[in-house]
Design a binder for this molecule. Structure first.
Ligand SMILES: C[S@@+](CC[C@H](N)C(=O)[O-])C[C@H]1O[C@@H](n2cnc3c(N)ncnc32)[C@H](O)[C@@H]1O
Length: 225
């Protein structure tokens, strides 16, 4: 049944696709958090590395921007960090100063148990200013946050706000959502309006295959001006 997380049986391809679809819908944040409460303990099984490449693509894009000799002091914020998949890849690549922000305490519990993140913030993104000060991070990143019923496009403004001037915002999302999710049809126009205001510039918009199973993804990189 749509919008009901399947907690039964093994982590089959079918269960993984079912739960991915069950997490998408036109709901508010409290309904979204109920879904992650039911899903957090098996999210990593359903979204294993072979099935869901988005966090790796985001981490790879981050690593291209920040050479090895900077990785033990640049500050990175992972937004909608979930169970910390980007952080694991970044830690493997030598990054040490990684913070997490996510609305779900259940997902953050799993993330925290892995030990890759320093500061962990539980909050929603895009509907208000978080406690994080302006110009804090060298880079902010996100994978899997732009999904129906998840983050609004104004999450871009918050990511931009907490990023330092000259720093980067790197976002990986499923390509089809730019059309299939009504709110996200305005995502690129919104990003372009921030660019027209001189607040950031688009560095790259890269298509990646197998973002989630055979679905393609996009990795956007902007630089704050
Ligand atoms: C599909 S998971 C992605 C997690 C992780 N980034 C990854 O790629 O595996 C989406 C995450 O977005 C979080 N989320 C949903 N709506 C949110 C909101 N409005 N503000 C902050 N986090 C939110 C959920 O709690 C969940 O952890």
């Amino acid at each position: 049944m749509a919008n009901k997380i399947d907690n039964s049986g093994a982590a089959s391809e079918e269960r993984s696709k079912h739960n991915s679809a069950a997490a998408c819908g036109p709901w508010d944040v409290s309904k979204c958090m109920e879904i992650y409460e039911k899903w957090s303990h098996q999210y990593d099984e359903d979204f294993s590395e072979e099935r869901y490449r988005a966090p790796f693509y985001a981490a790879e894009a981050v690593a291209k921007l920040l050479p090895s000799d900077r990785r033990n002091h640049v500050r990175i914020l992972d937004v909608a960090a979930g169970t910390g998949k980007i952080g694991k890849h970044l830690a493997d690549m030598g990054f040490t100063e990684i913070d997490a922000l996510d609305a779900s305490s259940d997902m953050l519990k799993v993330l925290s148990s892995k030990g890759h993140y320093k500061n962990i913030y539980q909050d929603t993104v895009g509907d208000h200013e978080t406690v994080i000060a302006e110009n804090t991070y060298d880079l902010t990143t996100m994978s899997g946050g732009f999904v129906e019923g998840h983050l609004p496009i104004t999450a871009l403004d918050e990511m931009l706000r907490v990023t330092k001037k000259g720093g980067y915002v790197v976002i990986c999302m499923r390509e089809e959502f730019l059309q299939s999710v009504p709110d996200y049809r305005r995502l690129e126009p919104h990003a372009e309006s921030l660019e027209a205001e001189g607040r950031w510039k688009l560095i790259s918009r890269e298509q990646r295959s197998n973002h989630f199973f055979d679905q393609s993804g996009l990795v956007f990189t902007w630089q704050k001006l």
